[in-house]
Design a protein around this ligand. Sequence first.
Ligand code: AMP
Ligand code: GLY
Length: 414
Amino acid sequence: MKILLVGSGGREHALALGLKSDKSCTQLHVAPGNPGIAEIAQIHSLVITDNQAICALAQQLSVDLVVIGPEVPLVNGAADVLRAAGFAVFGPSQAAAQLEGSKDFAKGVMRDAGVPTARSFTCNNAAEIEKALDTFGAPYVVKDDGLAAGKGVVVTVDREQALRHALSCQRVVIEEYLRGPEISLFGISDGRNILPMQPAQDFKRAFDNDEGPNTGGMGAYSPLPWAPEDIVDRTYEEVLAPVVAEMAARGTPFIGLLYAGLALTDTGIKVIEFNARFGDPETQVLIPRLVTPLASLLYKAATDNLDDEVLQWKDESAVTVVLAAEGYPGDVKIGSKISGLEKVDSAFIYHAGTTKKEGSLLSSGGRVLTATGMGNDLAAARTNAYRAISQIELAGSFYRSDIALTASITEKVN
Ligand code: AMP
Ligand code: GLY
């Protein structure tokens, strides 16, 4: 099977390795890819906001499956253009990707499907905003309705700041604050069936002890030894299956990866957000733990064929740590030399914001790379990930030192 994977981040590097290690994948093409992906797949230049260009590349390569990594092409309807041209696509239609593209749409689906989530108001003007803020009180949770590249959500006790953010959005969802640990749990869907993956936890704040600004994610780990044993079953029953059934009933089946961001509250699981694609960096810990061959799995999902599929996992733990460029998540310094990669032998290195120039590897984005360590428990996986990340040199770069730390300690005690 010939596969085209669209995207260029650490998530796509992990997916590329997963696809490549499935023997049924005979040719792997990635566009636009990155220097790490170029070592294992054929890369092609591509403007990912150009649906026609994606389709033309799939036609030129005559691939059997297209896997779309990032949200922007999904929300732009790239999957629809590809399906209309006859391709099997892993990734939701424009209509189904609204689960990520509009917070208000996601709330409506959850309401109709009976899925637990924070109470909310969708506001269109200052009077509605002020009323919603005062209904829920502090901490205020203010969400831009549309895609905002990780910058759309403000959680604050400062009413002025909450109001300012709300007024800067065209349309805004204001919701109740949810208390409890957050986890990410993904499901792979063919539009009728959805197979839950193992849970992972992401670290969204830039600095140790969950301080600093929100980011796309600074690290992740899986499994979660502290989570309730029935977390996967409960999320399947209360969240993933009802959403897939609701989307199918609306005539807009969700085919692809449904990302549920959940809060485990005193009153049960509550959905914080949906994404319509694999998470980054959660994918960098889930794919190395997945035993089920990835290419066949995504092909079955893309062709409505998951009825008899079950996912199998390694017992091993995985921890991934992101190396971020100076200034991330604000304005970042790019074009700095990265060295030391050849010394790394304790972890996989997934490239994200890297580029090659005259034989040198340079930084080209905020999240530069991720190191995923594996081990018999989280402590061993952490040791491997941190050993690798400390061997990489990039001026001004930083990483969190506490990824999976608390979980690894509780695991040892129990
Ligand atoms: P999102 O982009 O929706 O994942 O939001 C970014 C982050 O804001 C989440 O990871 C949470 O930490 C936080 N957040 C979002 N919604 C809520 C909520 N209702 N209650 C508490 N924290 C939230
Ligand atoms: N790790 C969060 C995300 O992928 O949106």
